[in-house]
Design a protein around this ligand. Structure first.
Ligand SMILES: O=P(O)(O)OC[C@H]1O[C@H](OP(=O)(O)OP(=O)(O)O)[C@H](O)[C@@H]1O
Ligand code: HPA
Length: 174
């Protein structure tokens, strides 16, 4: 039976990091407009907290993409299940993810969005698991670099469960 066996990142630590990331983003985009794009469903909680700490002219949108079929393929195309509502040509775009693992989702998504000619395209992730990386991507804003443990909470699921936990927990065998 799988259960959440340990807290990896507390609610307080998450809140402090979200504020810190928001301040960096605010500084980098002073005087600019910003389109924040949350990747469903995992990033929904993080993006909701993050935008409320960014004191800039911010618009938000969401995308839903399917997981890559073949995990050994790093240059495939991402299947877009829900596209952006707006045209990003000439806009500053910040993609917000909950976690980067192999990096395949994000690298394929970046390749797809670059063809639409945004003014800038930056990446933000709450969690980064570099040990599992298969695609080489540069991430502009990283919350926490974590070890290779299966985690849940704060939007992140295990079989669609635990997204509503207010902290990041480790899933283990009971
Ligand atoms: O770096 P990668 O190995 O590509 O993995 C990261 C992706 O996996 C998770 O999404 P998931 O497909 O589980 O969908 P969800 O956000 O709806 O839970 C996460 O939200 C990232 O989008
Ligand atoms: O550790 C994880 N937990 C849940 N979903 C994930 N998707 C990539 N890594 C993870």
């Amino acid at each position: 039976m799988f259960k959440v066996t340990e807290v990896m990142i507390s609610e307080e630590q998450l809140a402090a990091k979200v504020s810190e990331l928001a301040k960096q983003i605010e500084k980098d985009f002073q005087g600019e407009e910003l389109l924040v794009v949350g990747i469903l469903k995992g990033a929904s909680v993080f993006v909701a907290d993050l935008i409320r700490k960014i004191n800039l002219d911010v618009n938000i949108d969401f995308m839903s993409v399917s997981s890559y079929g073949n995990s050994t393929e790093s240059s495939g195309t991402v299947k877009i299940l829900k596209d952006l509502d707006v045209n990003i040509e000439g806009k500053n775009v910040l993609i917000v993810e909950d976690i980067i693992d192999s990096g395949l989702t994000l690298s394929n998504l970046v390749a797809a969005l670059e063809t639409r000619n945004p003014k800038s395209l930056k990446l933000c992730t709450l969690l980064d698991k570099p040990q599992r990386r298969k695609a080489n991507i540069f991430v502009d804003y990283v919350g926490f670099v974590i070890e290779d443990k299966f985690i849940v909470g704060y939007g992140i699921d295990y079989a669609e469960k635990y997204r509503n936990l207010p902290y990041i927990g480790i899933v283990g065998q009971e």
